[in-house]
Structures are given as C-alpha cells and as structure tokens.
Design a binder for this molecule. Structure first.
Ligand code: JB8
Length: 229
C-alpha cells in the first residue's frame, strides 16, 4: 500500500511514522509513504501557500494552485490514486468502517488542511473523501493524517499480525474491549479478578463479556444505544 501526504509541516509526519508497527511495515516494504512539502509546489519566490479569505474574516486559507500542482505531480509519478482524502474539521467522521474501506485501496493521497481552511475548489475538484477524526480543533490536519494511516495500515493483512488481533478488538462487535491483566496476580494490594486465574474458559468468557458491557455503559453509552438498534 502507498500513501502520499501533502503538508506544510513534513517533520510532523516523518518522525512518528518511523516508529512502531508503521515503521516496520515501511522497512519491510509492505507500506510506502512519501511526505511532500506543499511549498515545493509553489511557483513564487517566497513559496507562499496561503492567502486572505474572500469575503473577509480572520485567518488565512490554503491557496488552490499548490495543492492542484501537488496532485498533478503525484499522479504523474504514481498514477491516479484510489482516494484523495482531505483532513478537515468539516469532514465526515473517521470510523473503523471508514478505515476498512480505505484499507482496500492500493494508493491513497492525504491532504493536510490548516485550521483556518482550504480553498473549497480543492474539496470540489480533487477530493474524494473529506475526513474529520473528531469534534475538536486541531491547528492542522497532520495529527489526523497519522491517525488515518495507523488505523488503515494495521488492517492490511500481514502488516500487524492482523489476522488474530484486528478482529477481536474494540469496535469489531460494537462494544469496548474487556479489561486486561497480566502478572503479578497482586500488585500493591490490587488483585487480578480471581476468575481469570482459574483456567475456566467458559467463566472467563462470561466475565469478559459482562466487564466489556459495564465499561461501555460507563465510558461510551452511545455505543450501547447503537447496538440496540
Ligand atoms: C484544522 O478534527 B479533525 C481535523 C481538525 C482540523 C484539521 C484537520 C482535521 C485542520 N483542524 O479531524
């Protein structure tokens, strides 16, 4: 799988991707990521990427020309991508289902917007998916792009050891995961639930199911309501 990421802050993307599961997938060649500096696609001496908004108001807006030129360069080099996703607070919410859909594409382009916005002609002419990772303000789309890459890449068979883990985790059954424990059986007076030490697989499964329900009710009651529908 291949990603091209267009950003004005390449360093925000490059360092995090070098570590962990993603870093290993890149080393193995399962995953190819090219980070592209939007300023490299400007044509003026000062490499300007933004401008004041038409109609007035605060902040600056990312200009269309550098983003269109970046997409042209990516297409010339690698062909037409399966998806061009704009990270934006105005996007559709990114979910596990959205990650599953993206994981089937061979080549994805991620465009990192800035807080104030991106010229809407980019969204209209270039973008297939406008994505938001949640209802909070970021200063730019870079953290969101990292989230999208992580959630998507770990679904590629062979990238994670995915076969077992990916299917038993949170959200695959619409509930949060059950609580986990490891040794020691008692730590500073806090004991591991006795049932987990018994080896009674049936009782363990029942305990985990009830504990997952309880945690979901406490932390994510919205998920339980969805489960009833
Ligand atoms: C500025 O919540 B988000 C998101 C928020 C953002 C930008 C991109 C994505 C850019 N704020 O996914």
């Amino acid at each position: 799988m291949k990603f091209d990421i267009v950003t004005i802050f390449p360093a925000m993307i490059e360092q995090p991707l070098a570590a962990g599961i993603i870093g290993r997938a890149i080393e193995r060649g399962t995953l190819q990521v090219k980070v592209r500096d939007l300023r490299d696609f400007t044509t003026d001496r000062h490499r300007v990427v933004d401008d004041v908004p038409y109609g007035g108001g605060p902040g600056m807006v990312l200009k269309p020309e550098p983003l269109f030129r970046a997409l042209d360069a990516i297409e010339a080099e690698r062909g037409r991508p399966g998806a061009v996703a704009l990270m934006s607070p105005q996007g559709a919410r990114f979910t596990q289902v959205a990650a599953q859909r993206l994981s089937r594409f061979d080549h994805i382009v991620l465009l990192c917007g800035r807080y104030e916005g991106v010229d809407e002609r980019v969204a209209n002419a270039l973008v297939t998916d406008e994505i938001s990772i949640g209802d909070y303000v970021l200063s730019g789309g870079e953290p969101a792009a990292l989230v999208v890459i992580d959630a998507t890449v770990r679904l590629i068979p062979g990238a994670l050891g995915s076969e077992t883990s990916a299917t038993t985790e949170s959200f695959s059954d619409g509930l949060l995961d059950y609580p986990h424990y490891t040794r020691p059986p008692e730590f500073e007076g806090m004991r591991v639930p006795e049932v987990l030490l018994t080896g009674h697989h049936g009782e363990i499964a029942r305990w985990r199911s009830e504990a997952a329900q309880e945690k979901t009710k406490r932390n994510r009651p919205d998920l339980l309501k969805k489960n009833e529908l």
